[in-house]
Design a protein around this ligand. Structure first.
Ligand code: NAG
Ligand code: NAG
Ligand code: NAG
Ligand code: NAG
Ligand code: NAG
Ligand code: NAG
Ligand code: NAG
Ligand code: NAG
Ligand code: NAG
Ligand code: NAG
Length: 528
């Protein structure tokens, strides 16, 4: 049987009616969520913005040009794609840098320029000017600003060419460059991600360096959660509670983690959290009326229902807003077997992880929207960075006693603008019928794989699944849902071990383009 995930069927069966529709499908309206933002104009608040709850960006000025960069706590290198922009360099090199992602690649050259981030100015910041970008949708941003640790491609290349002392001095990430300018400055940055609302399509959050938002000064009294795995903002998680019941994780794959606890990576570049499959199942099976689709590991939930999900760190409970568990998707489906109509169902945001890495789960934006987080490098000093033990401190921003009322109101408002919400079981059945039909088509040589390709890339269509695998399905789905090619889901992660040795892969946004041919079969495919 062909893959019959909802997202795949939208892709392959070519029933998708246009991006405007997809856009509204994702337009989850939510306001009054109890999140308090740092008052704008507060000292040092640089601000982080989202228009789709999936991509969080910061404005910077680099070499006299303005860039919108993805604020990514999961990687470190700064790169921008700048065609037509004249960047004023402070130094140049011809050192080639290549960033590998789970999907996608960035090739470029290491350059230096003055960078302004809020009120901070870095005179001579190393970055990569991208020359080739593959499989990244740069519609809404120009590059990535990593906020993790200083062992990176830029560092390695400069160390290789100019030696360790030069690398320690010149190859730092922007954040540690800022710390290095003034060693008396607190070594922290704070992040609070906003959630888009009925009233505002743009949500603003806090991004503050060396300071804390006025309303969240007490974050310094929160338990310190030490970084556990080097080069990631990875911390010990005590528990995950589903309706108050602790989920039994397997023994952590990280050595030295106490039994019953796990290692979570806090990654603002990852829109959709990645958990072990059984943990995802525990969350969504607790919602009455949900349906599991093994094809694509999707959970369909009734849009008016959610569950009480809480993560526990350092003995503190962090409730997840019910709005962050699943989001409405509008799809043209033949629900009754009598013809295609537009219907709405909700889809899981917490996904089954396919990552095989040195930690247990990744808590991305759908978790981070529920906290005010302070990332502290400890007594880390750039160039002398072996002594500091970085740590994270967090305060909850989701009020468990008001969140359900908010959920009811805001979800109802979102659904009012969408096609009728239907029983998830009917969606699953419709997809299964669709898959059967596709299989029949495939037998005549006109199957979904063929439909997925455009004129010049029919072979890509065929090899697509094999090549990119399930991670891409997840990304792909999310991309479709946030407006096809208009808005990208951001999924970045840079996995590295000891300095200079790559121990894993990096994941980053997937790029699509829309193709419509004469036969009304508008499809989406990868493009270079
Ligand atoms: C589709 O057809 C091709 C050959 O025509 C076959 O190799 C492939 O297995 C079929 N795929 C499915 C999912 O049935
Ligand atoms: C500028 O680049 C050259 C090599 O191209 C290097 O030797 C020098 O140290 C760099 N200077 C600064 C200030 O970055
Ligand atoms: C980046 O450069 C490498 C080596 O030159 C090359 O193999 C690769 O295809 C390039 N990637 C892109 C996206 O152009
Ligand atoms: C624990 O590990 C086993 C074997 O790999 C796996 O089948 C099972 O799903 C895992 N359970 C959890 C809760 O992750
Ligand atoms: C959700 O809507 C369905 C259909 O209208 C209704 O039967 C169900 O009780 C509602 N569930 C909740 C939790 O409100
Ligand atoms: C969530 O927890 C609250 C308080 O314990 C409870 O009243 C509510 O019914 C729970 N909601 C769901 C959907 O389980
Ligand atoms: C399915 O059929 C029922 C009964 O005929 C009808 O009330 C309902 O609106 C139909 N649903 C869809 C999505 O077509
Ligand atoms: C679904 O909605 C889109 C956008 O409003 C519309 O263009 C399309 O015709 C609808 N499809 C069906 C089957 O009603
Ligand atoms: C580097 O670390 C050593 C050993 O802890 C310490 O004595 C020294 O002051 C540090 N240097 C800087 C510049 O922080
Ligand atoms: C949650 O909201 C209620 C009602 O507005 C309020 O009384 C309570 O103080 C809030 N709790 C927290 C932790 O902010």
């Amino acid at each position: 049987m062909l893959n019959y995930s909802l997202l795949q069927s939208l892709l392959f069966a070519s029933l998708w009616a246009g991006s405007a529709y997809a856009r509204s499908a994702f337009n989850i309206k939510a306001h009054g969520t109890g999140v308090r933002f740092a008052a704008s104009g507060e000292p040092n608040d640089i601000g982080v913005t989202t228009s789709n709850d999936n991509l969080y960006t910061v404005d910077i000025v680099l070499g006299g040009q303005k860039f919108i960069v993805n604020l990514d706590t999961g990687s470190t290198d700064l790169w921008v794609y700048a065609p037509g922009k004249e960047i004023k360099f402070t130094n140049t090199t011809d050192l080639h840098a290549q960033l590998h992602y789970g999907v996608g690649e960035v090739n470029g050259t290491i350059k230096f320029a003055e960078v302004q981030i809020g009120d901070f100015t870095i005179k001579n910041q190393a970055f990569i000017i991208a020359t080739e970008v593959k499989d990244l949708d740069l519609t809404d941003y120009d590059g990535i600003m990593g906020m993790a640790f200083d062992n990176t491609e830029i560092y390695d290349k400069i160390q290789g060419a100019w030696g360790t002392a030069a690398a320690d001095e010149l190859a730092r990430a922007p954040i540690t460059s800022i710390f290095a300018q003034d060693t008396s400055r607190p070594n922290n940055f704070d992040v609070q991600l906003g959630r888009t609302s009925e009233l505002e399509d743009i949500a603003e959050g806090a991004f503050i360096i060396s300071d804390h938002a006025d309303d969240f000064e007490s974050v310094t009294k929160a338990p310190q959660l030490p970084r556990f795995v080097d080069s990631h903002w990875s911390i010990v998680m005590d528990a995950m509670l589903v309706n108050g019941k602790s989920f039994a994780f397997n023994q952590s794959r990280v050595a030295g983690v106490p039994s019953g606890k796990t290692i979570a990576v806090l990654d603002s570049g990852f829109s959709l959290p990645q958990l072990p499959g059984p943990a995802v199942d525990a969350i969504y099976s607790s919602i009455p009326g949900t349906q599991y689709n093994p094809s694509g590991h999707e959970w369909y939930t009734p849009c008016n229902a959610s569950t009480n999900l809480t993560f526990v760190f350092g003995g503190q409970e962090f409730p997840v807003h019910p709005l962050d568990l699943a989001f409405p998707v509008a799809a043209p489906l033949d629900i009754n077997g009598t013809g295609v109509t537009n219907v709405t169902v909700c889809l899981n945001r917490y996904q089954q992880s396919t990552l095989d890495d040195s930690f247990d789960l990744i808590l991305g934006d759908a978790f981070l929207r529920n906290v005010y987080a302070s990332f502290d490098y400890g007594d880390y000093y750039p160039g002398n960075n072996t002594n500091g033990l970085p740590f994270v401190q967090m305060l909850s921003t989701t009020n468990a006693s008001t969140m359900w009322q908010e959920f009811q109101e805001e979800r109802a408002a979102a659904l009012a603008e969408l096609p009728p919400a239907v029983d998830p079981a009917l969606v699953l059945q419709a997809l299964q019928r669709l898959a059967q039909k596709d299989e029949d088509l495939n037998n005549t040589g006109m199957g979904a794989a063929a439909l997925a390709s455009d004129d010049d890339s029919s072979s890509n269509g065929d090899s697509w699944g094999k090549k990119y695998g399930p991670i891409v399905l997840g990304l792909l789905g999310a991309n479709l849902l946030v407006g096809v090619v208009l808005l990208a889901v951001t999924v970045t992660m840079c996995v590295r071990g000891v300095k200079g040795k790559s121990v894993g892969s990096r994941y980053t946004p997937v790029r699509f383009k829309e193709n419509a041919d004469d036969s009304e079969r508008a499809t989406l495919t990868y493009s270079d």
